[in-house]
Design a protein around this ligand. Structure first.
Ligand SMILES: *Cc1c(COP(=O)(O)O)cnc(C)c1O
Length: 410
């Protein structure tokens, strides 16, 4: 927090704007538009942004705007957090999962092309949208994805929830597709405590999103409803936090990059431990989280008995309630050495997490169509996320890297 947040919130109370609209919401949207429309060395874009209550809500409304209805299919990157695909199911539509390529860990454009052709052959219908995801902030191969999308005439909804501030060829993620999803949840690049936004192609489409986000009302002196709407608008208080956060965004971006570089430097000489990096200069990641992979042969202290006990206190469990795990193991889980490293770091007071478990391996999606090449599942088994937030100091990173090195058995 910069202190600016409190000023904007106080102003909202002083002016009695404690509602889901108001000057902070408008101001935050303007700040977001200025940021996403900027292009290095080129004329700015003209995207419009609608602030919403969550990134999940942004995915949901983008799908509605793409005309997704019950029974339709939507192509979704399998390697992601569930908020990319769950809103497809809210609409009674079917997420069709597509695996990743190894350079960015994001949706494989070649496999996507094959998958769409196969869906059309099998169902006689064209999927209604494509959802690539900037995993941990890493840009997807958007130029190739857009070519596939154009070939079939399918709109792209970029899930840049983790990739706010990431760029591809100097242009902000979320501005390439028809829609771009942002999240301002507590753990994302910037926070409004909880919140999200949808980047829209123009003012008319933004108005339609706003209409759906405010219960879809017709203009009569009474409430007249001709479509189903949602209560998805961002509150003026949350937007106040967002306006404050926008003043420190550049600092956050620089910090995350610095943290990534420090990890790379300090862990460069550790055999079997590989930091995930940008494949080339056109990919400009925000490094929301820094990620690494462990060679299966790397031996970590305690790895022999790592899955003996049922874990209590699931990863991410702090935000709400989790069901107790029924078994100590599942049929798709991180390798023993990865879990052993997570536990070793946890004992040292460091929170590390596995990568997202691919959606096509989630029990809830067991019967969904999936186009798989093995990349995301093998990454899930060998990968780990390291702390990267604005509060992580150089000393912390030294300590984290020392702890990693100390946990390795040579
Ligand atoms: C966080 C996240 C979302 C959704 O954001 P919320 O604001 O938490 O609803 C969507 N997609 C991905 C990939 C995310 O990580």
């Amino acid at each position: 927090m910069s202190g600016k947040e409190m000023d904007f919130i106080k102003e909202a109370f002083d002016q009695n704007w404690v509602v889901p609209l108001g000057p902070n919401v408008n101001g935050f949207e303007k700040d977001l538009e200025d940021f996403v429309n900027h292009r290095d060395g080129e004329t700015p874009l003209h995207k419009k942004v609608v602030a919403l209550s969550a990134g999940t809500a942004a995915v949901h409304l983008a799908l509605i705007a793409c005309g997704v209805k019950a029974g339709d299919e939507v192509m979704v990157q399998s390697f992601t957090f569930c908020a990319s695909s769950h809103p497809v199911t809210y609409l009674g539509a079917v997420p069709v999962f597509v695996d990743s390529e190894p350079d960015t860990w994001n949706i494989d454009p070649v496999l996507l092309d094959e998958a769409i052709a196969d869906r059309i052959a099998k169902t006689g219908r064209t999927p209604k949208a494509i959802i690539p995801v900037a995993l941990y902030g890493m840009p997807y191969k958007i130029d190739e994805i857009m070519k596939v999308a154009e070939k079939y005439g399918i709109p792209v909804i970029e899930d840049a929830a983790e990739g706010f501030g990431s760029k591809f060829a100097g242009r902000v993620l979320g501005t390439f597709g028809r829609y771009g999803v942002l999240s301002f949840n507590g753990n994302k690049m910037i926070t409004t405590s909880g919140g999200g936004a949808l980047i829209c192609p123009d003012a008319e489409e933004a108005r339609e999103i706003l209409w759906y986000a405010t219960q879809a009302r017709e203009s009569y002196p009474y409430y007249q409803h001709e479509a189903i709407g949602y209560n998805y608008r961002m509150s003026n208080i949350c937007a106040g936090i967002g306006r404050g956060q926008m003043t420190i965004l550049d600092g956050h971006l620089a910090h995350h990059r610095h943290v990534q570089e420090l990890y790379c430097r300090l862990l460069a000489d550790v055999p079997g431990f590989t930091m995930h990096r940008e494949p080339s200069a056109v990919f400009d990641s925000n490094f929301w989280l820094c990620t690494a992979t462990l060679d299966p042969d790397l031996k970590i202290t305690g790895q022999d008995r790592v899955y003996d006990k049922v874990v209590e206190g699931a990863v991410g469990g702090a935000a709400g309630v989790t069901h107790a795990a029924k078994t100590a193991v599942t049929d798709c889980q991180p390798n023993d050495n990865v879990e052993a490293l997570r536990i070793a770091l946890d004992k040292a007071g460091i929170e590390a997490r596995p990568l997202w478990k691919p959606m096509h391996r989630q029990p809830v999606y067991a019967s969904n169509p999936a186009y798989v090449n093995g990349v995301s599942e093998s990454l899930f088994k060998v990968g780990i996320c390291l702390p990267a937030g604005p509060w992580v100091t150089d000393d912390d990173i030294l300590y984290i890297c020392d702890t990693i090195k100390a946990s390795i058995i040579r």
